[in-house]
Design a protein around this ligand. Sequence first.
Ligand code: PLP
Length: 396
Amino acid sequence: MLTTSTHPRLCDLGEMKSDSLLALIALANADTREHKIDVGVGVYKDGSGATPILRSIKAAERLLLDRQQTKSYLGGRGDNVFPRLIGEVLLGPHAGDERIDGLQTPGGCGALSLAFKLIFAANPKARVLVGMPTWPNHQPIVGGVGLAIEAYDYYDRDARTIRFDAMLAALAAASPGDVVLLHGCCHNPTGADLDAAQWAEVTRLIVERRLLPVVDIAYQGLGDGLDEDAAGLRGILDACDEVLVAQSCDKNFGVYRDRVGSLFVKTGSAEATARAMAHVLQIAREMWSMPPDHGAAAVRIVLEEPELRADWLAELGEMRGRIQAVRAQIAAAHPALAYIADQKGMFSMLPLTRDQVRRLRDDHAIYMADSGRFNVLGLADEAVDRFTAAIVGVLG
Ligand code: PLP
């Protein structure tokens, strides 16, 4: 059993909470210095610092405008073709497994809320193991449902590595039926992902301890590639009877405000999955009745039209390439930043004190969370050198 005396609690995460992202965005917006750099907000920016609509999505939206004949209700599942197509991208060889079913949700947040409400309906006493630090919205989503969170240390800020022993200890001490929340790839906020051997070990423990994995995957394709980023999840699907997967298209299709995501449910049989999905639909009915259509309809067209799909893959490759290039550039600036090159996705944490973060804000108009979490892509090409020079300056 995990006990509160041996494991940190979420309330230990003052540094992440003290400066909420919204307050940070407001502060950055109010700063009139022209050279300001906002690496707090989590959206992709291209070399010029813009967050453009992807070409493939723009083209799909034009087709959608032409083709759409009605805006009549679609139903609680949303569009049925969308989860099938995104399921192929996400689940790979598991797509088509009759024990897995999926539905459209308003973003990854909607999928996570559904997943945890379903868990609460099945087992209100389940505890949810969450590695810290994590994406700040996990706590309100899991806690808001009424489930208890069991926090463990996932990341060693000083060593800049995963605290894998602590993770294994937390899993080994969990009770059957407890839930393990895992980041599928591009861990937010640390950028520190499990490697293949670590995924295998975690998967083995999940099976051994009869735990329920919930995989949150919001950045597929922005780490090493679509299949590479889903490999851990697919290993879990190979080994586990029951799995929930909360997926988001908001980053990898750049449709943030359109709120596009899906939830996939796997149980041991097609019948049990159908029963679980009936609960999922009822919960969705209470929360949003039906998901918004526009963004998912555009994503569906991108995946259906070979030319648009090829262009999306190229655009995703460009985004991934830029992430890797900016990471390499920052890492090369100082030995204390070398680890940045090995981490994945949009976020990493800088080895800065709260005071150093303040100095960056006051002296250089650089905005990031007090924890030192920053969006690698918050930097336009021209800002990367200025940013790294300022960081190196405060590191001394
Ligand atoms: N999960 C993680 C780890 C995230 O970082 C995000 C978004 O930042 C989400 C889920 C939810 O994404 P969405 O905007 O699709 O709700």
